[in-house]
Design a protein around this ligand. Structure first.
Ligand SMILES: NC(=O)C1=CN([C@@H]2O[C@H](COP(=O)(O)OP(=O)(O)OC[C@H]3O[C@@H](n4cnc5c(N)ncnc54)[C@H](O)[C@@H]3O)[C@@H](O)[C@H]2O)C=CC1
Ligand SMILES: O=C(CO)COP(=O)(O)O
Length: 306
């Protein structure tokens, strides 16, 4: 559970017992958020025991682990507890977005999703951040948003789970492409073109899946795309940058790399073209070089902008 506005204790559960004990003692997550002192109500611990008292559980593991982790914690949840996925991606194989994965593993629990432009480091340092909290039920979405809000962390609520989830998944793939364009030294105009055309393909798929266009152009879609596709703090952008420069990939989670192939498969299944995402999937899978992928994108036939 998060350290929310109520000041209630918020257990922070991790699987590495020694690291959680160290975090509890030093009040710092030295590996992920060095220099940030944990708020007093955050209680690092290991094991699932602390779940039994939680009304709201935030799941902050990567997309491809969501199914296993949520299934493992299922027997330990308080009846009726809301489970909020914070992952941004498409599950490989099933092609499901995070809320739909939770719908399968935790059908008795209301599923929600937290997404939007928010580097963990910015949030932890109390810098102003606005995000989207989505749940199928509007009252639940509003209640969760109010519960998680702080003076600097502003969740807007939504019932468009698909739109919020799709924006978060696609922007990571597109950020890899933006990083690669930057890494090849193609200039700021090319990055802007990529963001705009990337947003067009994100929107096409979102609409095909039933998302609301205003969700896609909101915080969790366009907002997060702009952040991630323009900042070297983004691990997805940093991966693209390394690929573009021909350097080794950084040893950090880049959700877009794990999601690219699944995103393109989801688009194909819905009859939607996503050429930039496809180029990223091809490069990640080793089917194309960055140079040839960019060549192919530039060689596409000219067409109407929509
Ligand atoms: N770091 C950020 O700024 C933001 C991250 N996210 C999303 O949050 C999700 C997680 O990302 P981060 O926390 O940044 O990644 P991370 O790599 O910093 O942390 C992931 C955590 O999950 C744990 N984990 C991995 N596999 C696990 C498993 N099978 N069982 C239990 N725990 C497992 C790891 O030990 C680690 O503590 C991603 O989908 C990412 O897109 C969303 C918004 C911002
Ligand atoms: O999702 C994020 C910011 O909103 C974090 O982006 P990266 O995973 O690329 O670091």
């Amino acid at each position: 559970m998060a350290a929310d506005a109520t000041g209630a204790e918020a257990p922070l559960i991790g699987r590495d017992t020694a690291r959680m004990a160290e975090m509890a003692a030093t009040r710092e997550n030295a590996a992920r958020l060095p220099g940030v002192t944990l708020r007093p109500q955050v209680a690092p611990c290991a094991g699932w025991d602390a779940l039994s008292g939680a009304d709201i559980v935030l799941l902050v593991t990567p997309t491809q682990t969501l199914r296993a982790v949520s299934a493992e914690l299922a027997p330990h949840l308080k009846p009726g507890a809301a489970v909020v996925a914070c992952a941004k991606g498409v599950e490989r194989g099933s092609l499901l977005l995070p809320p739909a994965v939770l719908g399968e593993t935790l059908p008795e629990h209301p599923a929600a999703l937290l997404s939007g432009p928010s580097f963990a480091d910015d949030v932890a340092r109390g810098l102003p951040t606005a995000v989207t909290l989505a749940a199928g039920d509007e009252r639940l979405a509003a209640r969760l948003a109010a519960r998680l809000a702080t003076r600097s962390f502003r969740p807007y609520h939504s019932t468009d789970l698909t739109g919020v989830a799709l924006g978060g998944a696609a922007k990571n793939v597109l950020a890899i492409a933006a990083g690669a364009v930057e890494g090849r030294g193609l200039g700021a105009s090319a990055v802007a073109a990529l963001i705009a055309r990337g947003f067009a393909e994100l929107t096409r798929l979102g609409v095909a899946l039933g998302a609301k266009p205003e969700t896609l152009s909101g915080l969790s879609g366009l907002g997060d795309l702009v952040l991630t596709a323009t900042s070297e703090k983004s691990r997805n952008f940093a991966l693209g940058l390394a690929l573009g420069k021909g350097e080794p990939a950084p040893d950090k989670l880049a959700e877009g790399a794990a999601t690219a192939e699944a995103l393109v498969a989801l688009a194909e299944a819905n009859g939607v073209e996503m050429p930039i995402s496809r180029a990223v999937a091809d490069v990640i899978a080793g089917r194309a070089s960055v140079a040839s992928a960019i060549e192919d994108l530039l060689a596409r036939p000219l067409r109407a902008e929509a």
